[in-house]
Write a protein of this length. Structure first.
Length: 279
């Protein structure tokens, strides 16, 4: 598989956050805002809160974007309770409210792709366009049902105290390379298994809500996407027929960090087409 041969770049860390946005009595989210122009929210997946920083750096080289990157609940070093995708979606709305932004493009990778879909269903007036990068579940595909077989042993290893082994078992099945797995902190592993995973297992999303959606949606996937991601993407196109498919050549699930320049170029092309259409 390509993921065994591609060398993933080091996950870069953000500097001091631009602002902190309170989203609950116990959760304040770190938010970084870069540049001026058309707003773009970058929502990270599980395990690595800064996985999209290389993509943000490359996209910042393109003209005309206000880039908004944030750490989801639990990834700021502060423990929290399990959070449903619908709540994560409203966190984005709260960030936009604090920044005084009415409408934004939203990019969600992996776990956060589900957040983007929930946001489109809940608050379509706040989403100028949605980019869904290799989501996992929500459409009851055969591959989704098979993926549950990976969860059980990973959860058992985590509950037995083997954090690293649990993360490796889960991520290897989804195409992660060893060098990328080595860059996960124990705290991020805890957040995934304690905050993220419960919502992933119980996500109850009605894809019919997307059928009449007028929000432009792009599904961006890797050329070496495993069946889980391909089947989920095909299901998305079924429920939202206007979804535009974008394939990243010679890449795997972690293309935003492995090929940030190429990902930024593809994203830039999509964003420009949407800004031109609505201007």
């Amino acid at each position: 598989m390509t993921s065994n041969t591609l060398r993933h770049d080091t996950v870069l860390a953000n500097g001091k956050p631009t602002t902190r946005v309170p989203v609950s009595d116990q959760d304040d989210l770190d938010v970084w805002v870069t540049g001026e122009g058309s707003p773009v929210v970058l929502s990270h997946g599980g395990f690595w809160p800064d996985l999209l920083v290389p993509l943000k750096v490359e996209l910042a080289k393109k003209p005309g974007y206000q880039l908004i990157h944030y750490h989801r609940r639990g990834y700021g070093g502060k423990p929290t309770e399990p959070v449903e995708f619908s709540v994560h979606a409203q966190d984005i709305v709260k960030i936009l409210d604090v920044l005084g932004i009415e409408e934004s493009h939203v990019f969600g990778h992996s776990y956060s792709a589900h957040i983007v879909l929930d946001l489109v269903a809940q608050s379509p007036d706040r989403v100028k366009s949605a980019v869904v990068a290799e989501h996992v579940s929500g459409f009851q595909t055969e591959a989704e049902q098979r993926s549950a077989e990976v969860l059980t042993p990973a959860i058992e290893r985590y509950e037995s105290g083997d954090r690293e082994g649990a993360a490796a078992a889960f991520l290897t099945a989804h195409g992660a390379s060893e060098d990328l797995i080595d860059q996960i902190s124990p705290g991020w592993i805890d957040t995934f298994f304690q905050v993220d995973l419960p919502a992933l297992i119980t996500w109850d999303f009605d894809p019919a809500k997307l059928k009449d959606s007028e929000t432009p949606i792009a599904w961006i996937h890797s050329s070496e996407a495993v069946p889980l991601f391909r089947e989920a993407g095909a299901a998305l196109q079924k429920w939202a027929p206007g979804t535009q498919e974008i394939e990243m050549a010679d890449s795997d699930h972690f293309f935003p960090v492995a090929k940030p320049a190429e990902t930024a170029a593809a994203l830039h092309e999509w964003l420009m087409s949407q800004d031109t259409t609505t201007s």
